[in-house]
Ligand binder design. Structure first.
Ligand code: HDD
Length: 701
């Protein structure tokens, strides 16, 4: 609770400085000052509008053309600027300039996205998240265009239009928005077993991240590092978030879609505005060229991971995002990524998915950004000098001088070829020969073992969430043949999984069959990715009303804030509440405007006269119940403990009249009058650090 005068409006009024062009008078696009923009030029007060009104025509014409085509996939996103710095020189493996010197910070722009939904869809849908990074290096732009899954749904890019058509809304009615739970996607999946591994990730909690700041990123493909001597090393890229990897639960993710469709975008924006800069470590899995065939899968197959137990991830640097864009359209919408944007020292492999992407990204920008000059848009512009003989085209903003061809003598031979021993990009001289054929390699034919590896590496609660997700998704599929065929495919991955899914969706259980897959990779479980255990930036709700024991709130709030959590006082109405001490305290938000799904934990303080202050408020009770059902920490102090009786139908036992701190599966209480000691705060912090408590019976996931 804060001072009553606090201004909570977040609009960036300070963005308009005196030297900002917007500070001067309104003008037309030609710079002619406009004295009046509220009425059209008309023949008389009630007469017709005149064609002569150039200001009106210009204003409306520009407005009519404000939209550009949204991205065909990854339309909805959020971006931020920051920097990357390597921990040490990577010269042994790559000559890339930005990976040489720990004292050199390379600026970056990152865009996170969902894939299926249009630009206006909700954030917390079940979907892959894009994680695209543009490094503005001294040798030109390098784009690492990855996802938060390490594998992709198909092996060859020629299948991309089929896959995207299948997952996108169905063509006859454009339904569903932002969802994969529909017939055409599952029809495709059931017929195309190479999708199974990525689909397993999609059914896991990885597909509903708590925050963009709390998800991993992967380059997916095997790329190639090349060092100054020209030696190649296969490389897979990993981003690991400092805050650990955390997810929502499905019920909560769905409610979030209505309560705050911008849940993930707002979270990123707010954290950066608050100076809580998100950070990731960049790691690499390195495989010497001579080990290309040392695995039981093909390194060129983007539906496979290299288990971290087989090739450890080696940390090579860190990235911090510390600046929000100033204009969403100019920066986040117009940013153009391209897998073909590489710098010397980073090269491709023959992964057919990557090869296709190297065509598709440049092509898509031509239609989306309206021509070939999109690299001149500020967010796309390299910091390295650009000297080309490319000329003209739509939206050309450079005023080129001199000759526009090579070789030339009239322009002094400029721009000249770069010397090969300088910073010029030289392609890795891989030897290639083969017949011209349309045929998938035999080494790409196993589609089941790594889907099984992922499933078997999950904890019990993660496995249950996967079963629930399959049941939800297939339960929305109308064609029973598609449901049954998907279960048949699942049976080839894991019989128990297939049976559990079949039981929920009304199709015959598959015949018992032993699958040969027994391997696990513990590094894949969310339990292995909890980060440093800190509670930084967790959102904690404290439910208050008149008569609240303000001393309790202040004491717990101080401890939580010292740990970096964000504490908000929620009351039945906005404004102020009167504490039991007679003082007035400001409310942060009114309960009817928020919901438990927007917070990570809830605390119910007491009142000094033994009455629990929020016991009568239905929003508060629903808040507590929902937090509990979603596995979140619930804390209560003094008479606030009585409010938790709302959880008794869920099996929570409250030992009435108990004194002292009790922490049981994320429910932390101290019923002593005036309780708010250090012991309670410590136990509550530990419960929040655990994120969710899956051992509660029965938690609705
Ligand atoms: Fe893609 C956008 C990631 C396969 C074709 N893709 C796009 C974005 C991300 C990815 C993060 C959004 C970039 C942004 O924020 O602007 N895509 C991936 C990953 C893939 C992948 C990790 C597999 C490893 N993509 C893929 C294939 C193709 C495309 C196989 C086509 C052959 N992707 C596109 C695209 C998009 C795109 C159509 C839409 C908008 C854009 O490129 O700029 O060209």
């Amino acid at each position: 609770m804060g001072a009553p005068s606090e201004d909570r409006k977040q609009y960036q009024r300070e963005a308009f400085h005196a030297d900002d062009p917007a500070a001067g008078p309104l003008t037309t696009d030609q710079g002619v000052e406009v004295d009046h923009t509220d009425d059209s030029l008309a023949a008389g007060e009630r007469g017709p509008t005149l064609m002569e009104d150039f200001h009106f025509r210009e204003k409306l014409t520009h407005f009519d053309h404000e939209r550009i085509p949204e991205r065909v996939v990854h339309a909805r996103g959020a971006g931020a600027y920051g920097y990357f710095e390597p921990y040490e020189s990577c010269a042994e493996f790559t000559r890339a300039a930005f990976l040489q010197d720990p004292s050199v910070r390379t600026p970056v722009f990152v865009r996170f996205s969902t894939v299926q939904g249009p630009k206006g869809s909700a954030d917390t849908v079940r979907d892959v998240r894009g994680f695209a990074t543009k490094f503005y290096t001294s040798e030109g732009n390098y784009d690492l265009v990855g996802n938060n899954f390490p594998v992709f749904f198909i092996q060859d890019g020629i299948k991309f239009p089929d896959f995207v058509h299948a997952v996108k809304p169905e063509p006859h009615n454009d339904i569903p928005t932002g969802a994969s739970a529909h017939d055409t996607l599952w029809d495709f999946v059931s017929l195309q077993p190479e999708t199974l591994h990525a689909i397993m990730w999609l059914m896991s909690d990885r597909a509903i991240p708590r925050s963009y700041r709390m998800m991993q990123g992967f380059g997916v493909h095997t790329f190639r590092f090349v060092n100054a001597e020209g030696r190649g090393t296969f490389v897979k890229f990993h981003w690991k978030p400092k805050l650990g990897v955390h997810s929502l639960v499905w019920d909560e993710a769905q409610e979030c879609q209505g309560r705050d469709p911008d849940f993930n975008r707002r979270d990123l924006w707010d954290a950066i505005e608050a100076g809580e800069y998100p950070e990731w470590e960049l790691g690499v899995q390195l495989v010497p060229e001579e080990d290309e065939f040392a695995f039981d899968f093909d390194l060129l197959d983007a539906t496979k991971i290299i288990p971290e137990e087989q090739v450890p991830v080696r940390p090579i640097g860190r990235m911090v995002l510390d600046r929000n864009p100033e204009n969403f359209f100019a920066e986040t919408e117009q940013v153009a990524f391209h897998t073909g944007n590489v710098v010397p020292g980073i090269d491709f492999t023959n992964d057919p998915l990557l090869q296709a992407r190297n065509f598709s990204y440049l092509d898509t920008q031509l239609i989306r950004l309206g021509g070939p000059n999109f690299s001149q848009i500020p967010v796309n512009r390299p910091v390295a000098p650009v000297r080309t003989n490319q000329r003209d085209g739509y939206h050309q903003s450079a005023i080129h001088r001199g000759t526009n061809y090579f070789p030339n003598s009239l322009g002094g031979g400029c721009p000249a070829h770069a010397g090969v021993d300088g910073h010029a990009y030289t392609h890795y001289a891989e030897r290639v020969d083969g017949a011209k054929i349309r045929k998938r390699s035999e080494s790409f034919q196993d589609h089941y073992s790594q889907a099984a590896l992922f499933f078997h590496s999950m904890t019990d609660w993660e496995k249950q969430h996967i079963v629930d997700a399959y049941r939800f998704e297939l339960g929305k599929v109308g064609a029973m043949t598609v449901r049954a065929r998907t279960v048949e495919q699942l049976a080839k991955v894991d019989g128990e999984l297939a049976t559990a899914v079949a039981r929920g969706i009304g199709v015959p259980e598959p015949a018992a069959q032993e699958t040969p897959y027994k391997q696990e990779s513990p590094a894949l479980s969310l339990d292995a990715l909890r980060g440093d255990g800190s509670i930084r930036t967790r959102q904690i709700a404290v439910l208050v009303t008149d008569g609240v024991d303000a001393a309790q709130v202040t004491s717990v709030r101080e401890t939580l804030a010292a740990e970096g959590a964000i504490v908000e006082a929620l009351a039945p109405a906005d404004g102020t509440v009167k504490g039991a001490d007679g003082e007035t305290y400001t409310v942060d938000r009114a309960l009817p405007t928020v919901a438990s799904v927007l917070y990570d934990a809830v605390l119910v303080p007491g009142g000094p006269d033994g009455t629990p202050p929020v016991a009568e408020d239905p929003d508060a009770l629903r808040f507590v119940r929902s937090a509990y059902l979603h596995g979140k920490p619930v804390g209560a102090l003094g008479s606030g403990v009585e409010v938790l009786s709302v959880l008794q139908p869920q099996g929570v036992e409250l030992s009435a009249g108990s004194r002292g701190v009790i922490a049981d599966r994320g429910v932390v209480t101290d019923a002593s009058p005036g309780a708010a000691g250090a012991e309670f705060a410590r136990a509550f912090v530990a419960a929040i650090a655990a994120h969710r408590h899956w051992d509660r019976p029965p938690v609705r996931h």
